[in-house]
Design a binder for this molecule. Structure first.
Ligand SMILES: C[S@@+](CC[C@H](N)C(=O)[O-])C[C@H]1O[C@@H](n2cnc3c(N)ncnc32)[C@H](O)[C@@H]1O
Length: 220
């Protein structure tokens, strides 16, 4: 997730251009967020690399497990307090299908919308929603970023390819690719830390949707 974020150019308010641009509104949608690891990785990246004084970050956390969602809200709240941005958190206790049916209008106008898929595109119920999900992703106004990660196995590659092929007018920032990271994993059975490598697959896509008003004017 951090590797992909480093390839994504977010406006930095330490850059004089931000003084001209002014406040930056960013939507972050974390699909099947679990404990919000992807959102936390984004916050960790912002804390380290970006001066986000002029940022408003609107987190939308979608998760069918209430217990896990509660933890996600708590962790994102805690971690947000470490950065200067104005942060709002919107939890959705539901699966992707219900979110797309009931809440597809909830994203407010923003300069950027980031769509985070961490370890979820391998799930059959999520894959079934990809056509509807792509309609939704193309209905959100402004610049869109799709960031996906997951472990290396066939269902994940399948989900990544389905999502990529169902979106149109894309800029592929990072095509579906393997990666590996050093990791420290605690072994409960052996009671010690194991130094290992974890193997994953990632993808980063960008596109820009024209506003509904422009679409209407274009069609007229
Ligand atoms: C492997 S976990 C990944 C959690 C988190 N994104 C992460 O990377 O740590 C998969 C998550 O997807 C959620 N999930 C399962 N089916 C789903 C569905 N149909 N729509 C949305 N989320 C779903 C599960 O509750 C679980 O939290």
């Amino acid at each position: 997730m951090i590797v992909l974020l480093s390839q994504t150019k977010l406006p930095d308010s330490s850059n004089p251009l931000s003084d001209i641009v002014g406040a930056v509104q960013i939507n972050i949608v974390d699909y099947g967020c679990g404990q919000a690891i992807a959102s936390l990785a984004l916050l960790s990246y912002l804390e380290k690399y970006v001066n986000c004084e002029s940022f408003t970050l609107n987190f939308h956390l979608i998760e069918p497990s209430q217990t896990t969602l509660d933890l996600a809200v708590l962790l994102v709240t805690k971690m947000s307090s470490r950065i200067a941005a104005n942060v709002t958190i919107h939890p959705y206790h539901k699966d992707l299908e219900c979110f797309l049916k009931e809440d597809s209008e909830v994203l407010g106008a923003a300069d950027y919308s980031m769509h985070l898929f961490s370890n979820v595109l391998d799930i059959a119920e999520v894959q079934q929603q990809i056509p509807r999900l792509c309609e939704y992703l193309h209905s959100v106004e402004g610049k869109q970023m799709v960031i996906a990660v997951g472990p290396q196995y066939s269902n994940n590659y399948q989900g990544f390819q389905q999502l990529k092929c169902s979106l149109s007018d894309l800029t592929v920032k990072q095509d579906v690719a393997d990666f590996s990271v050093e990791s420290e994993i605690y072994s409960v059975t052996r009671n010690h830390w194991k130094h290992e490598r974890s193997y994953g697959v990632m993808m980063g896509l960008c596109f820009k949707n024209i506003s509904t008003a422009s679409q209407t004017a274009f069609a007229a």
